[in-house]
Ligand binder design. Structure first.
Ligand SMILES: C[S@@+](CC[C@H](N)C(=O)[O-])C[C@H]1O[C@@H](n2cnc3c(N)ncnc32)[C@H](O)[C@@H]1O
Length: 292
């Protein structure tokens, strides 16, 4: 049963979203998506191999992993197949929207935290952080004191992450820990004011989400924030991703995901849609004394 209470919010001002014209949306719905979903997968895979698609290679090596995120975020591809997939594809575009939206929301939370306690540095715990592009962007959007702990199972995400942190002047404010987010108790002693679970719930089972959210809720102060995202099938190419990239995501509504978080003692959900309707970015709060 899902009794989580959600408040739908407008996106914060100043976030630059990418959108598609009505004509382009119509063409995708009527032509591009059915074509991508139903053309034999072995032909598409062959085409992507001969055109040396880096996005496809990244997904074949680690479906939905951090490298495919970086390719989608940076959108500076050299291969023609990637130029098409990354700049015109709904999913990579929605990913860039999600990153900008989430970075702004986190920066606003850091500002609010500094306003409430000017002497302390807000601590953001980023689970399945990849190289930390979202938290890195967030920390550059605010002058308020904050630091981050980035946890990822993949150590090579951190080689790139450290380089990015250095470029942004954030080296001293970002700590990288290679670990499985399911083993939170083993590595965390600095209580987080903000927990970030972006780009990870869609790869986790319901019970894994509840277990991880319960573990972080134990560590957070009352009213601490947790930011996470749901994903819908509005991208229109789930069959393509499954057959061609081997990408199996758990699509959940914001209500379903908040229902899981509520089981971990999280409430006061504020839901922000990115304009393509693929992702909803949600901020929840740890209920005082653990009750939602
Ligand atoms: C889709 S990427 C998202 C990266 C980043 N959060 C973002 O949204 O840009 C998912 C990340 O979660 C990491 N990951 C997956 N399962 C994990 C686990 N059990 N423990 C820690 N990291 C995990 C992967 O290595 C990958 O870097």
């Amino acid at each position: 049963m899902n009794d989580a209470v959600l408040e739908t919010c407008d996106p914060p001002a100043g976030v630059e979203f990418e959108t598609f014209s009505a004509l382009r949306r119509g063409m995708k719905f009527l032509l591009a998506n059915p074509f991508a979903n139903h053309i034999p997968a072995r032909i598409v895979r062959w085409l992507l191999r001969v055109t040396r698609s880096q996005l496809a290679a990244a997904n074949w090596e680690d479906p939905g992993g951090w490298q495919s995120m970086v390719i989608s975020y940076n959108a500076d591809c050299t291969q023609i197949a990637d130029k098409v997939l990354v700049s015109a594809g709904t999913m990579p575009t929605a990913l860039r929207n999600r990153k900008r939206l989430a970075a702004r929301l986190i920066a606003d939370m850091v500002d609010a935290s500094a306003a409430a306690a000017p002497d302390h540095s807000a601590h953001a715990l980023c689970l399945g952080a990849g190289p930390g592009q979202i938290i890195g962007e967030a920390l550059t959007l605010t002058d308020a004191p904050a630091h981050a702990t980035l946890v990822d199972i993949s150590s090579d995400a951190f080689d790139y992450g450290r380089k990015l942190a250095a470029e942004r002047g954030l080296t001293d404010r970002m700590t990288f820990i290679q670990a499985d987010v399911r083993d939170l108790d083993d590595f965390l002693d600095d209580p987080p004011h903000i927990v970030k679970m972006l780009g990870i719930c869609e790869y986790l089972l319901d019970e894994e989400i509840v277990t991880i959210a319960s573990a972080v809720a134990e560590l957070m102060p009352d009213h601490g924030a947790i930011i996470f995202n749901s994903i819908s099938k509005a991208h229109g190419t789930d069959r393509f991703f499954r057959r061609v990239f081997g990408l199996h995501m758990h699509h959940r509504t914001p209500e379903e995901l908040c229902g899981l978080m509520a089981r971990a003692g999280i409430g006061e959900f504020r839901v922000h849609a990115e304009p393509l309707g693929v992702y909803h970015v949600v901020v929840g709060r740890k209920a005082a004394h653990g009750g939602a």
